[in-house]
Design a binder for this molecule. Structure first.
Ligand code: HEM
Ligand code: HEM
Length: 195
């Protein structure tokens, strides 16, 4: 193992925080702040005090409650786009290219890990591009229909890509730390590899 540079370590943890944050905003949107369940709750609670409102009005209120939370999806989204650009510049450093060098002498396992990382970078590049395109659809002159289709794919890649990779990666890093590669995680924290 070789020492990980300071900028690469900062990048990794900032990136981990941002991706986990983006996942958290989706989790909230689908559960506690879901407009479907909250609009029903609003109608039900208002009915208890003899106020009748329609489903459409309740939906508007439930979405307004969700809106400040969802702003974080967009803010973290910009952060992710910036972090991916930063990652590209890190490929020109020793720490940033370590996983992708010396492929001939790699075990099958290390090759699989490398392919996994290339996979997640591709997925995240797609998430960032599609997210930005959706966010600026009006300025780009995209129709509602196309924007909706992009959202469906953005959502699909979340469920069948990001949501699978992130827990796998964390479990994989912990397993490697405990078995074959002690010091792997602490190297990503303090940058000093065990020999
Ligand atoms: C919170 C627990 C996490 C731990 C303990 C952890 C640990 C690690 C470690 C030890 C490595 C280096 C592995 C190696 O050299 O092959 C690594 C690399 C990496 N991690 Fe994490 N990670 C965590 C969270 C995340 C999250 C949430 C993401 C978001 C997708 C992420 C994305 C990556 C990527 C893309 C690499 C490859 C870096 C490269 O290009 O070489 N990590 N992680
Ligand atoms: C790891 C990266 C990301 C993940 C996992 C993610 C996940 C998701 C998911 C699952 C949805 C669908 C929510 C729903 O309709 O229930 C969504 C919607 C959306 N995302 Fe992301 N996203 C990511 C990155 C981004 C980025 C970089 C941006 C751009 C700044 C962005 C902007 C949006 C927008 C504008 C929507 C549509 C929301 C709406 O219809 O009101 N996302 N995202």
């Amino acid at each position: 193992m070789e020492n990980r540079r300071f900028d690469f370590r900062i990048w990794h943890w900032a990136h981990a925080f941002v991706v986990l944050g983006l996942m958290a905003t989706v989790l909230l949107r689908k559960t506690f702040l879901s407009w479907r369940s909250n609009s029903e709750l609003i109608m039900q609670k208002l009915a208890e005090i003899n106020i009748e409102i329609g489903a459409e009005q309740a939906k508007v209120i439930a979405k307004a409650i969700r809106a400040p939370m969802w702003e974080w999806h967009i803010l973290l989204g910009y952060a992710l786009a910036a972090l991916l650009i930063w990652r590209i510049t890190l490929f020109f450093t020793q720490s940033g290219s370590r996983t992708y060098r010396d492929n001939k002498n790699k075990s099958m396992h290390k090759k699989a890990v490398m392919i996994g990382y290339i996979g997640i970078y591709s997925l995240l590049l797609f998430m960032a591009t599609s997210g930005l395109v959706m966010n600026f659809h009006a300025a780009l002159g995209l129709s509602k229909g196309i924007t909706h289709d992009i959202k469906e794919v953005h959502e699909f890649i979340f469920f069948y890509g990001v949501l699978i990779f992130v827990p796998l990666h964390i479990a994989g890093a912990v397993a490697a730390e405990l078995k074959g590669e002690p010091g792997l995680i602490s190297n990503m924290i303090h940058g000093k590899a065990k020999l």
